[in-house]
Design a protein around this ligand. Structure first.
Ligand code: FMN
Length: 391
């Protein structure tokens, strides 16, 4: 009776790639790569323990040195990282999951400290509103072309490492979002201007990633795109802007869209008079042109099926699969009663959580993980969307 849930049924993308079920592991950075971004054994173990879902989106990997966002970050910026990345892909395949690597450039959301003295760069020389002293320099046209090429080179490395796809990280206030946002993009050249012109960088990245995939990977190789729907800064990305972006992306050569939210049922944080969920508005705009992955506070089998019934094609879980590596195995074996919805600090080694992640959860995510020794709160809903968090 494992098919009692809709999410246990297989899923087939339009390009032919098949998933054994509709549960996706959301990208969660483990902050446990080596100093240069090389894969550690702890990371491989973490992903192996979570194989069994339909697809695992591996945490953000930087596509070039200048785009590194934080310490312990995974890197796909050089061929020397391919063998380690291959170990992650193999581990994910061990129980039939498909492996997708999330690729990004942090843009201004980094620091001279992380870049070892180098000034961060972005669409324009505008500091993030939370870090006003950290003014980036504006990328030149030639440098922008290089970053686009870097996305392509990273895609080739992901293919060589055995991944089944890449996810372009256009969310959580990193470089691609910085080009789309009127807060961080004041350019008057071909990379800036009105809302449609501010999409040019994202479209160029998609075109390059797609070109590399078409030339080097089977036709079932996935190219996904993750976006954040709103920014609180003024000016900032509004849901109206995002619906225009989603409309354009729905006709781009990508295989899925992924809306990044701390709670998949959330409504606009800016226009409080509109009570329709953002995902409902996004789904109407997509109008069946692409599959949508929804994420955000999906915990139980019932939550997952509810999202599918409301129109999502696939459901992603981050924190819940950190807490419960055996979520899908427990559903399969009718052992749902033992699914963990809380996390005891004492169990973190047992659950295969690498040291960097343990430290991050006990500090930055203390209120968002349902720790058994802490009160819970709606931390992610309040802060997760606007600033992006943990990658
Ligand atoms: C520890 C941690 C690390 C994260 N790292 C990433 C990341 O690398 N890339 C990304 O797009 N989102 C990242 N996120 C956001 C998650 O993918 C997801 O959108 C968020 O946790 C909400 O889903 P959830 O309620 O199922 O956890 C991270 C979240 C957490 C808790």
């Amino acid at each position: 009776m494992t098919n009692r849930y809709e999410f246990m049924k297989p899923y087939k993308f339009a390009n032919g790639l098949k998933l054994q079920n509709k549960i996706v592991m959301a990208p969660v950075t483990l902050q446990s790569s080596f100093f240069d971004g090389a894969v550690s054994d702890d990371e491989v173990k973490f992903y192996r323990m979570r194989s069994g879902v339909g697809m695992i989106i591996v945490e953000v990997a930087n596509i070039n040195e200048a785009g590194k966002g934080f310490e312990g970050e995974l890197s796909v910026a050089d061929d020397r990282f391919i063998p380690g990345l291959g170990k992650i892909a193999n581990a994910i395949h061990s129980k039939g999951s498909k492996a997708v690597l999330q690729i990004f450039d942090a843009g201004r959301k980094t620091s001279r400290k992380i870049l070892r003295g180098v000034q961060p760069r972005s669409a324009s020389a505008v500091a993030p509103h939370r870090d006003l002293k950290n003014v980036p320099r504006e990328l030149t046209d030639t440098e922008i072309e290089q970053v686009i090429a870097d996305f392509g080179a990273a895609t080739l490395r992901a293919i060589r490492a055995g991944f089944d796809g890449v996810e372009i990280h256009g969310a959580n206030t990193y470089l691609i979002q910085q080009f789309f946002s009127p807060h961080s993009n004041h350019r008057r050249d071909r990379w800036g201007g009105n809302v449609y012109q501010r999409m040019n960088f994202a479209k160029a990245v998609i075109a390059e990633v797609r070109r590399v995939a078409n030339e080097n990977a089977p036709s079932s190789f996935l190219v996904g795109y993750r976006f954040s729907p709103e920014e609180l800064s003024k000016p900032g990305i509004t849901i109206a802007d995002t619906l225009k972006l989603v409309d354009v992306l729905s006709d781009e050569p990508i295989d899925y869209l992924h809306s990044s939210m701390g709670n998949r049922k959330r409504t606009s944080l800016v226009d409080k008079s509109n009570l329709e969920t953002l995902n409902s508005r996004i789904l109407k705009t997509i109008n069946n042109r692409k599959p949508l992955i929804e994420v955000g506070n999906i915990l139980s089998p019932q939550d997952a099926d509810e999202a599918l019934h409301e129109g999502a094609s696939l459901v992603a879980m981050g924190r819940e699969l950190i807490r419960e590596p055996n979520w899908i195995a427990k559903v399969k074996t009718h052992d749902e009663k033992s699914i963990r919805y809380t996390l005891s600090p004492v169990d973190m080694d047992l659950l295969g959580l690498p040291g960097g992640l343990q430290q991050e959860l006990r500090t930055g995510f203390l209120n968002a993980m349902n720790f058994t020794d802490q009160e819970t709160s709606d931390f992610l809903d309040k802060f997760g969307q606007m600033e992006g968090f943990g990658g």
